[in-house]
Design a protein around this ligand. Structure first.
Ligand code: URA
Length: 333
């Protein structure tokens, strides 16, 4: 694959949307030598990176007994809390105050995680929609569960809904989302349904147990896009540690049920939550990480790329690395 530089989706890309599964000339510039160099280094990295993984840590869900839903905790008294705005998403005016939530004890967090770990896809979606585990439920318009094929071979994990996602109930629908869609298209991937192939989806084989409405098309060409937080932080401030902790079981369960072959983490909160790392994206990219045994590739958040255009080339390298990792996994299967 060559070096590809996405143009700003708000301008050129909007004018000439590339065909699905193909890279339009408006978003790609390719050089053969760069391609050869890149291929060689990617193949080497993949060969090293696909060495046998350490045994996956058993998930909380594996042994968790069925339990009633976690208790709903009403938001407590609302002292105001400093809310630094997040440059990854456009900010909106601040409300007068923001409800705070007392931290859950370790035991309470574990119990909540164990409950969520038992849920099938539809109940999980319902649990997210009904969640009041942190103060974000007070200010959200709606929860943002995620979008895409529930058995997609690719999973993308972003940060948190912004204003437009909060309104639409779907992740990455703003400018960053347009760029993400272009990046996916460059890999021949899509978040949306393709015409049905008539193929049996693998929902039952994967033990999901229910048949989600979005399970159409080829899971190999589909992604499931989820956020680390399912609710928008007010004014797009950074997520609080306690909010991340309370929301993490939802994402963990989504990964367990989707069982993607490759996960792409976009941005530092996705990294913090799934890899438990505070290292800079720049230091984590270019290496293969693992989450519950699943290969994980770290890259820049699309919103960051919109503000740091030169780093799009690095993001393209990351996508090439991800594609090579996927190809190697398929070869091994
Ligand atoms: N940024 C994210 O990380 N997720 C969204 O859904 C929108 C913007």
């Amino acid at each position: 694959m060559g070096i590809r530089l996405w143009t700003n989706p708000s301008a050129e890309a909007a004018r000439a949307a590339p065909a699905p599964a193909a890279v339009g000339p408006d978003i790609a510039a390719t050089t053969d030598t760069a391609a050869a160099r890149e291929r060689a280094s990617t193949e080497a990295a993949v060969a090293v990176a696909l060495a046998p993984a350490p045994a996956p840590v058993p998930s909380a869900g594996a042994a968790a007994p069925a339990r009633p839903a976690a208790p709903v905790r009403p938001a407590s008294a609302p002292p105001s809390r400093p809310a630094p705005s997040n440059p990854a998403r456009a900010a909106t005016p601040a409300p007068a105050s923001e409800p705070a939530q007392p931290a859950l004890s370790d035991a309470e967090l574990a119990e909540r995680a164990a409950t969520i770990a038992t849920l099938a896809w539809a109940p999980l979606r319902e649990a997210v929609a009904a969640c009041t585990a942190c103060g974000l439920c007070e200010s959200r318009k709606q929860t943002v569960f995620g979008v895409g094929h529930p058995q997609a071979e690719w999973m993308i994990v972003g940060e948190a809904p912004g204003e437009q996602e909060d309104i639409a109930g779907e992740p990455f629908v703003g400018q960053a989302g347009k760029l993400l869609d272009q990046m996916l298209r460059a890999l021949g991937l899509s978040r949306t349904d393709e015409p049905s192939t008539g193929r049996e989806v693998r929902a039952d084989a994967r033990g999901v147990g229910d048949r989600p409405v979005d399970a159409e098309g080829d899971p190999a060409r589909r992604v499931f896009i989820a956020n680390t937080l399912k609710c928008r932080p007010p004014r797009n401030r950074n997520p609080e540690p306690d909010e991340l902790a309370r929301c993490e079981p939802f994402l963990r369960r989504q990964v367990e049920l989707v069982r993607p072959r490759v996960i792409l983490l976009m941005g530092r909160y996705a990294v913090k939550t799934l890899l438990k790392s505070d290292e800079a994206i720049g230091r984590l990219r270019g290496r293969l990480h693992r989450y519950e045994g699943i290969p994980v590739i770290v890259t820049y958040h699309p919103a960051y790329l919109l503000r740091n255009l030169p780093d799009k080339a690095k993001a393209w390298e990351d996508l090439c690395f991800a594609a090579a990792t996927m190809a190697a996994l398929r070869d091994k299967a």
